[in-house]
Design a protein around this ligand. Structure first.
Ligand code: ZN
Ligand code: ZN
Ligand code: ZN
Length: 159
């Protein structure tokens, strides 16, 4: 398993593993790589199929278990976009800016990732995080934000 998955430049998650005391096993490395290269919000089955192509020895159970570990480490976010399948995404990416919020159409399931935040949005989040950490003595490291509604196409059809 040298080459594409074994070597290459160190990714940001290598440091996170060192910090947690977990080993970067091949399944962990490949799952992170698949998430890193994906532009979509993958379900566990999607991830399994992609990983399986590269590394056929992996089973679905390992994929689920690895995802849970990566979520606990804060490397991966798990989302429920309301279509009954959990979706996974890296908490940050190689390409900046990767931090984004979601607009989710509850009718067609379209998910819009946006990074062009409204000014008030950033201000509100910064303020809210500051107040929350004070109030609960809680160190906030990240957040996810989802807005649910109808996309332009779906709201057109409703009229
Ligand atoms: Zn944000
Ligand atoms: Zn829609
Ligand atoms: Zn997203």
């Amino acid at each position: 398993m040298q080459g594409r998955w074994g070597g290459g430049p160190a990714k940001w998650w290598h440091g996170e593993f060192r910090g947690c005391g977990y080993r970067i096993t091949i399944p962990r490395q490949i799952i992170l790589q698949v998430l890193d290269e994906s532009k979509e919000h993958l379900s566990a089955e999607d991830i399994y199929l992609k990983v399986h192509n590269i590394y056929p020895a992996i089973g679905l159970t390992t994929v689920y278990r690895t995802l849970e570990l990566l979520i606990n480490m804060g490397l991966v976010f798990k989302f429920d976009f309301g279509d009954g399948r959990a979706r996974y995404e890296l908490s940050r990416g190689a390409k900046e800016p990767s931090h984004h919020h979601h607009l989710i159409c509850t009718k067609c399931g379209r998910i819009i990732d946006y990074t062009d935040f409204v000014d008030e949005e950033l201000e509100l989040i910064k303020k809210t995080e500051k107040e929350l950490s004070k109030k609960y003595n809680f160190e906030i490291k990240n957040h996810t934000i989802q807005f649910y509604g109808l996309c332009d196409e779906c709201s057109d059809k409703e009229k």
